[in-house]
Design a protein around this ligand. Structure first.
Ligand SMILES: [Zn+2]
Length: 294
């Protein structure tokens, strides 16, 4: 595991460097405000080596916001993402959202004002998908399609035994609890968990968390599955009591917004994620209101 180093540049901005004999790869890079500390961490580990690849697990600002700064420093690093991520990162509205959320996060975390950048630095250089393998020299990275959080979500299996899991499977909290994060589909998220479990990784890197301890690995995927089912059942039960989306959101917050969640996730992000999950569950279970469905 010495060839996988956490280089995270700030809270919420997980980034991992994978070092092969010939090539190096960064898995996600965190938000724009993370760039200065990320550079520092990367430079310490890379020393004089080049950064060859930038793998992105999906196109959300908190996973890719620092890319333009990395591209400025290491222009030859190739940005690798799913075809759907490539499409999203050409849309002016998506690029504007990434910039705005990146600024807001910088303010939120008390970072200095971030430098502006050119949107073209966020363009995916090469599309990757399920089954693709990259050899770094003594270290391999397999690409695993794991949708459910977004349609572009990918997980990365390093050396067939360490899985950098996508957010579709959920995120571990310091409390040990798993928070679900299925934005586009709970069914696909469950399928993604099954795919990850089948790979039987001995080591798991949980999104926004890092290395899962050995003690927690055996139950990890079952816990991910249970978290999704608990959320889904809760939303369905609320909807069946006749509650509307906003009421379900409040009830969900009361039930699931625990102390650790308050520390780890701003309320706005928690609510946004929950809103998406409510809409998704109502749609998937055929409970969305007729006027919205129409
Ligand atoms: Zn995300």
């Amino acid at each position: 595991m010495d060839n996988i180093v956490e280089v995270t540049g700030g809270p919420g901005g997980s980034a991992f460097l994978v070092m092969g004999r010939e090539k190096t790869a960064l898995l996600d890079c965190g938000m724009a405000y993370c760039a200065p500390k990320l550079f520092e961490n990367l430079s310490k580990v890379l020393k004089n080596r080049m950064l060859d690849y930038l793998f992105i697990s999906h196109s959300h600002y908190d996973h890719i916001g620092a890319i333009p700064y990395i591209k400025t420093k290491w222009p030859n690093a190739k940005l690798l993402g799913a075809e759907h991520a490539r499409k999203i990162l050409t849309r002016p509205t998506a690029l504007a959202t990434i910039r705005t959320l990146g600024r807001e996060a910088a303010n939120c975390y008390g970072a200095d004002d971030i430098d502006d950048y050119e949107d073209k630095l966020l363009q995916v250089d090469e599309c990757i998908g399920d089954g693709d393998t990259f050899e770094l020299g003594g270290v391999s990275i397999d690409v695993v399609r794991t949708t459910g959080h977004t349609q572009c979500s990918l997980s990365f299996l390093i050396n067939k035994n360490t899985l950098f899991a996508s957010e579709s499977t959920g995120c571990m909290s310091r409390s040990g609890k798993i928070y679900p994060a299925f934005i586009t589909s709970s069914a696909e998220a469950l399928q993604s968990i099954a795919i990850c479990q089948q790979l039987q990784p001995a080591v798991i890197i949980s999104p926004h968390y890092g290395f899962v301890s050995h003690i927690e690995v055996p139950a990890y995927w079952d816990n991910c599955r249970a978290a999704i089912k608990e959320t889904r059942d809760f939303i369905i039960a609320e909807a069946d009591c006749g509650y509307e989306e906003e009421q379900i959101l409040l009830a969900y917050e009361q039930r699931f917004r625990d102390e650790q969640s308050r520390v780890e996730q701003p309320l706005a992000a928690f609510q946004l994620n929950t809103r998406f999950m409510i809409k998704t569950v109502l749609k998937e279970s055929g409970r969305q209101k007729i006027d919205e469905a129409g």
